[in-house]
Design a protein around this ligand. Structure first.
Ligand code: ASP
Ligand code: MG
Length: 419
């Protein structure tokens, strides 16, 4: 069996869904499990719904209407008959969501989040499955929550591999086309859980692992894994073949093409991962497999923009040692700052972090009690794997380098645009 994953961008409108159908016609669909994300930016739109619900905002209804209208338009574009049963099934999913919002008593934000945001995947897979049937491509729609079992860490659930494996082995039919949701699972009490944003790649890997699948293919709007993000770098080139190890490193440093959790289950069973273009499905794309290393040996660039560089030194000229460092990290964790680089010297300690939730001003107050705090906002963190002098110069050109860190294969620099 092969596992295919199609992300939000591939099913963002009726054309996209028709294209997924055409990809399957070209590459085959006989013994395939399709894992599909929410359509387009639906997850973000549902996050707005959640915010309005929590804030008791009068915008709640209109934000919900936006999501409904978006899907309704896709349905109208796909199905000629307005009384096709898909309209009823999708309406029922939205009615369930509204029922939840009306009757929920739980004050747990993360719990509410998962119950609401999951509607995106439930709706997208329903539409795709029904559309394929409509076109004569018979398939089996599966509720992933009957398969992937997790603990109840809502928004970042941990997979219960044993139960998941049992469910998948017992209940998934081979030799047909199965369609299910990415990103979702369920806990012991059958409440919906999610695996973390962009987690559908990981869902595909979980199924592949439990099914001993032949391969996993992630279908993207780019040709495969490139050596750089084409939005920020000119002349990005395709990597034909990389090792699991290389892919893990790239994902870890922030290449967004593969979700970092995806690779380890696949590596464990040596299941190859292909990253291919849904626009040109017959091209080879990138293959991620055992051993085979970068060919050719190319520098790979990963950039994280909008980072914050915080430097701390002690107020009393003492050194920053273990005790201080553990305290600093506890605070960074508490204020949800993701640390991307650490640099330590005798008298100062610097971290490059992502202040995704805008908590820095509060954190600064606390840190200032014990340390002298200096910081640079809006810096960029560049990671270059397999760096060369040329690649480093290219990145540092016209920028002020604030921090530089070098290990054997990887160089990281924190830069600020020169004004
Ligand atoms: N729909 C979810 C998200 O946007 C999961 C995914 O796309 O992988 O985060
Ligand atoms: Mg998505």
């Amino acid at each position: 069996m092969k596992v295919f994953k199609f992300g939000g961008a591939s099913v963002k409108d009726a054309e996209g869904i028709k294209n997924v159908y055409s990809v399957l016609e070209q590459v085959g669909h006989k013994d395939v499990l399709l894992v599909i994300s929410a359509m387009g930016k639906t997850t973000n739109a549902l996050e707005v719904v959640i915010k309005n619900y929590i804030d008791k905002s009068p915008e709640l209804q209109s934000s919900l209407q936006d999501v409904k209208k978006y899907h309704n338009q896709i349905l109208l574009d796909l199905f000629e008959e307005e009384n096709h049963e898909v309209f009823t099934v999708v309406n029922k999913l939205f009615a369930d969501l509204e029922y939840f919002l009306k009757h929920n008593k739980s004050p747990n934000y993360n719990f509410v989040y998962d119950q609401v945001v999951s509607t995106g995947e439930m709706v997208s897979t329903t539409i795709v499955s029904q559309y394929f049937n409509y076109r004569g491509l018979q398939n089996q729609w599966l509720d992933v929550r009957e398969f992937i079992k997790t603990d109840n860490t809502y928004r970042d659930a941990i997979v219960d591999w044993e139960h998941t494996q049992q469910n998948i082995v017992k209940k998934i039919q081979r030799k047909t086309l199965n369609i299910t949701q990415g990103f979702l699972g369920s806990d012991e009490n059958n409440f919906t859980t999610t695996l973390g944003r962009e987690g559908s790649d990981y869902s595909a890997a979980i199924f592949a692992y439990c099914l001993n699948a032949e391969s996993v293919t992630i279908w993207k709007d780019v040709q495969g894994v490139l050596n750089a993000d084409p939005r920020y770098f000119e002349n990005a080139i395709l990597l034909n073949q990389i090792s699991y190890r290389e892919a893990i490193e790239l994902a870890f440093y922030g290449a967004t093409v593969i979700h970092p959790k995806t690779l380890q289950p696949l590596q464990r069973k040596e299941i190859p991962l292909y990253v291919k273009s849904f626009i040109n499905p017959l091209l080879a794309g990138t293959s991620v497999s055992k051993g085979a290393d970068l060919e050719p040996h190319t520098s790979c660039y990963i950039v994280k923009k909008n980072q914050l560089l915080i430097s701390l030194s002690s107020l009393d000229f003492s050194f920053i040692m273990e005790e201080n460092i553990s305290e600093i990290f506890a605070l960074l964790h508490q204020y949800k700052m993701k640390v991307h680089l650490i640099q330590n010297s005798a008298i100062s300690f610097s971290v490059c972090v992502d202040d995704k939730f805008g908590n820095f001003s509060e954190l600064k107050k606390l840190l200032s009690k014990k340390f002298k705090v200096t910081y640079n906002e809006d810096v960029s963190l560049y990671t270059i794997r397999h760096f060369t002098e040329k690649s480093v110069n290219a990145v540092a050109q016209n920028k002020e380098v604030l921090v530089k860190q070098v290990s054997r294969e990887t160089m990281q620099v924190v830069t600020k645009e020169k004004i």
